[in-house]
Ligand binder design. Structure first.
Ligand code: ATP
Ligand code: MG
Length: 343
């Protein structure tokens, strides 16, 4: 593990009463200072649950084991003022649904001033100027007017920018961006991604970037983790995601991702459906949908297996399975052209 590890999740397990399988199973994931780490996987795979764990936010009655460390501090042991400071200053999260983060009867300005007050900026004039600057930085035109508005007066994309501004208000060390740019048009998305890249370069912001867009993850992130049924099934250098993915699930996701400018390749959906919390497994959770599974996979306890050239894949059949090296690399993504990776 590098010395500059900012976020360290180790063997995190989350069980809910009545669920046949864990919501999170042995999740291990690291983000270094200044690193952009992608988290991808189908709906229900546990991406948002993983991000919320970093804030010590769990469903009621959850039984949690394992480790969550941010900057070396044990997040699961935090309570009271320490936990409030952790949530207000060290880590910020942009939640998947911006409306859930905003009180519908309060003005946008109140939301931002409250965030700024939590960081110690209580002088009204200075806080207002900072709120305007934050809205300007996320590309909202006429920010002073928006401060006086209520959430229902703004479009979904505008609200998304407001909550991103709110998350950046505290100048956090780690930003958990849960589909933070998905509701934005591509030019605004490119602006925000460029802004986050600048913050990472200027002050070492670490970014956990949850997205459904594999092309974006490959183009924007340094490393990518792939989740399935509450487990990390693959970890890969982002630039090699499209060429070197080894887990049949990751390969399946790539097979059903349309590529820009492509007309000939048929998209092949992964057969079956993602498992629910009522589905229990004795071995690899992907066996029922996997073209390469064998009876022994049904009892193989998934564990990350190192792959050539770095990264891991949790597949029993890894040594025998072909890679994707014969496939073309990732096509250009519109976002790449404005925010091209620096690593
Ligand atoms: N508070 C909760 N109580 C009970 N079950 C929950 C709770 N939060 C999440 N779950 C369940 O945990 C699983 C993972 O949910 P999660 O929101 O982490 O998925 P996700 O990967 O973020 O999906 P999406 O891509 O749709 O956002 C789902 O089956 C979901 O129904
Ligand atoms: Mg989610």
């Amino acid at each position: 593990m590098p010395n500059d590890t900012l976020l360290d999740l180790a063997n995190l397990n989350l069980l809910l009463p009545g669920a046949a399988r864990p919501l999170l199973a042995d999740v291990s994931l690291q983000v270094a200072a200044g690193e952009v780490v992608g988290l991808v996987g189908e709906s229900g795979s546990g991406k948002s649950t993983t991000a919320k764990a970093v804030l010590n936010l769990f469903p009621d009655d959850a039984h949690v084991t394992g480790q969550v460390r941010v900057g070396g501090d044990d997040v699961l042991a935090m309570t009271g003022a320490q936990l409030r400071a952790h949530r207000a200053r060290t880590v910020a999260m942009v939640h998947q649904d911006p409306r859930s983060a905003l009180n519908p009867v309060r003005r946008i300005g109140d939301f931002l001033l409250e965030r700024l007050a939590r960081t110690g900026l209580t002088d009204k004039r200075a806080a207002r100027a900072r709120a305007v600057a934050l809205l300007d930085a996320v590309g909202l035109p006429d920010p002073a007017r928006h401060l006086r508005q209520h959430p229902h007066e703004l479009s979904g994309g505008m609200l998304q920018r407001v909550v991103i501004a709110g998350a950046l208000a505290a100048e956090p060390e780690l930003l958990l961006a849960d589909e933070a740019t998905s509701a934005l048009d591509v030019t605004t998305q490119a602006d925000i991604l460029a802004l986050l890249r600048t913050l990472r370069e200027e002050r070492g912001l670490g970014l956990l970037f949850i997205t459904h867009d594999l092309h974006l993850a490959a183009a924007y992130c340094d490393r990518v983790y792939v989740m399935y049924a509450g487990r990390v099934v693959e970890e890969r250098q982002a630039s090699r995601l499209f060429t070197a993915a080894r887990h049949p699930y990751t390969q399946g996701l790539l097979e059903c991702s349309p590529e820009l400018g492509e007309t000939s390749r048929a998209l092949r959906p992964i057969p079956g459906r993602p498992p629910s919390l009522a589905d229990a497994f004795t071995g690899c959770p992907f066996t029922t949908r996997c073209a390469h599974s064998e009876p022994a996979c049904d009892t193989w306890r998934p564990e990350p297996v190192p792959t050539d050239g770095g990264g891991t894949a949790a597949c029993r059949r890894l040594p025998e399975l072909p890679g994707r090296s014969a496939e073309p690399g990732p096509p250009a993504h519109p976002i790449t052209q404005t925010t091209g990776s620096t690593r």
